[in-house]
Design a protein around this ligand. Sequence first.
Ligand SMILES: *Cc1c(COP(=O)(O)O)cnc(C)c1O
Length: 367
Amino acid sequence: MTTLRPQPRPGVLDIAPYVPGKSSAPGVDKVYKLSSNETPLGPSRHALAAYQAVGAHLEDYPDGAATDLRVAIGKRYGLDPERIICGAGSDDLLNLIARVYLADGDEAIHTTHGFLVYPIATLGTGARPVVAAEKNLTADIDTILAAVTKRTKVVFLANPNNPTGTYVPFDEVKRLRRDLPPHILLVLDAAYAEYVTRNDYESGIELVATTDNTVMCRTFSKIHGLAALRLGWMYGPAHIIDAINRVRGPFNVNAPAIAAGVAAMEDTAHAEMASAFNAKWLAWLTDEIGKLGLEVTPSVANFLLIHFPPAKGKTAAEANAFLMRRGLILRQVGAYHLPDALRMSVGSEEANRLVVDALREFLGQTA
Ligand SMILES: *Cc1c(COP(=O)(O)O)cnc(C)c1O
């Protein structure tokens, strides 16, 4: 009988739906949400004001081309606005990339602990996600290159990666581009670029500017604190921007998001403050959690991965339950093939101190 009803295209029912970070803990009033890499500092107050001002004109369609926003981004980074496209979060753009460049039978490569949106977007087109193994919880260029077949059309690389917090130095990203066949699209997802303070890191702007087959995706959800508005952007070669513009929703970015995004781009002081705050507390958390005897993967982003090897007798699931009872909501990352780890977003000073104290108590140690 089931053949007599509409059937999704092959691949769709293989998708494991994305499960967002939890935002409440049963029976706990005050919670600290450290499960979705949101900023504890909120957005720029100018962004908030711009967002609110649009509320007086909700009857008007937004500018479908998001021109003011593309101009503001171009100005901030020295880019041609014609080569920028905006989306309802970078999720929107990643899915559009898959829709435009993948079809039945094609393959798209991502790495073992890569962002879950890549296999979801790939399967949605009927293409096959191919997983390239990582080394030391870090994307490995040689393994990615070895995974290439005649069917490969796209390579997705989150740099830095979520949920590991590790990154690939720019020299290695350039080597990847150089050794990938030119018809393969390299997608650099730099959602956390603004947090990285390493000299050997580059978000991808240079590669996009100098090649015909590389795009870079960015988001307003993380350092800019506008996750609720769903806003992202992509920089790419003109021919790719043109193709994606043909299939995107004509008004895929809403008017409050455009207004807030422009103000956020212009408020460089807010972003600098957020980056400095993160650098301080990321280092503090890495240090303090390390002192408790827990392994922390060195992170360059606004979150960290804490390991609970079962051999030590205290599991990640137990730690998660213990923290939840105190209103400290971290992220279980079993779906990322990391069942023995928890991911923690860098939170407010209060939240960060509470997590360290709770972990100490969980491990049965005294301060
Ligand atoms: C958070 C995140 C994004 C941003 O997604 P939005 O849809 O822009 O909110 C993109 N890529 C990675 C790897 C992320 O962790």
